[in-house]
Design a protein around this ligand. Structure first.
Ligand SMILES: [Mn+2]
Length: 259
């Protein structure tokens, strides 16, 4: 409107978080050893930023599988929620969906281990079946898993959010389906979409902040911010810090780099 009134272009304001200080963390995948240093970096940044309102910590999903400390990552998230220094908002990833599916269906175990589920079982002290195709062994593992899963973890997995919007940003695990309004996105796309979202040039209603597809570097375009840097393999966990002045990348690195 002003550009029309004055006949020249005014500088565009950066996207807004509505005044909030927000940190969004990519796929942790059982790497407590990368999550802890990143939380330390974020805590230092909060001290330096002295926000007027409690900062928000958005976890973009895929807390479990592949890395060695899935159960311990969930404990750390629950501790953060209890501390109340941040408003913690945890999104659901496709790996949390897989965990819940195995909890209910032993037949899914074989698929789950192909995606790193054995590491999750081991982190809960459950021995994965020696033979992947033995249905009885899977049922035994499922029952053992059900027994050791703390009620607080069950509640955590069952109450994960699918999408969160803050100001000009929408946070999701994987991405959104181009051409579909945010309010009409379906869980399958929010948890699983890759190429159709990543390669799309369509305009989304918000800047989409997401994980799910590992890249060497964080992906920042005007339309999306991708922060999955494959921590389970690289030991490098990435977050984006957002406020009304724009975005900045923060990272935590595990001392040991191989999963
Ligand atoms: Mn994922």
């Amino acid at each position: 409107m002003f550009s029309r009134l004055f006949g020249r272009k005014i500088p565009q304001a950066p996207p807004s978080t509505g005044g909030r200080l927000v940190y969004a963390i990519g796929d942790i995948h059982g790497r407590l050893d990368a999550f802890e240093p990143l939380l330390h970096t974020i805590a230092q940044d909060v001290l330096a930023s002295a926000p007027s309102e409690r900062p928000m910590l958005v976890l973009l999903g895929d807390y479990v599988d592949r890395g060695p400390a899935s159960a311990q990552v969930i404990d750390a998230i629950l501790a953060l929620q209890a501390e109340a220094a941040f408003e913690v908002r945890a999104l659901k990833g496709n790996h949390e969906e897989a965990l819940l599916q195995f909890r209910d269906e032993p037949g899914f175990g074989q698929t789950w281990v192909e995606h790193g589920g054995s590491a999750t079982l081991a982190s809960y002290g459950v021995q994965p079946p020696a033979t992947r195709t033995d249905p009885e062994a899977w049922e035994t593992a499922r029952l053992a898993f059900g027994k050791v899963l703390p009620p607080a973890h069950t509640h955590f997995y069952e109450t994960l959010e699918l999408m969160l919007t803050v100001g000009d940003y929408a946070f999701v695990h994987a991405g959104v389906r181009p051409g579909v309004p945010l309010a009409r996105q379906v869980e399958r796309d929010l948890l699983w979409i890759r190429a159709e979202f990543l390669q799309s040039t369509a305009k989304f209603e918000k800047i989409i902040v997401h994980g799910h597809t590992p890249m060497e570097e964080p992906q920042i375009t005007g339309r999306r911010i991708g922060v999955d840097t494959g921590a389970y393999a690289t030991g490098l966990l990435t977050a984006v810090r957002l406020d009304d002045s724009g975005h900045r990348i923060l990272q935590g690195r595990a001392v040991r780099s191989a999963a």
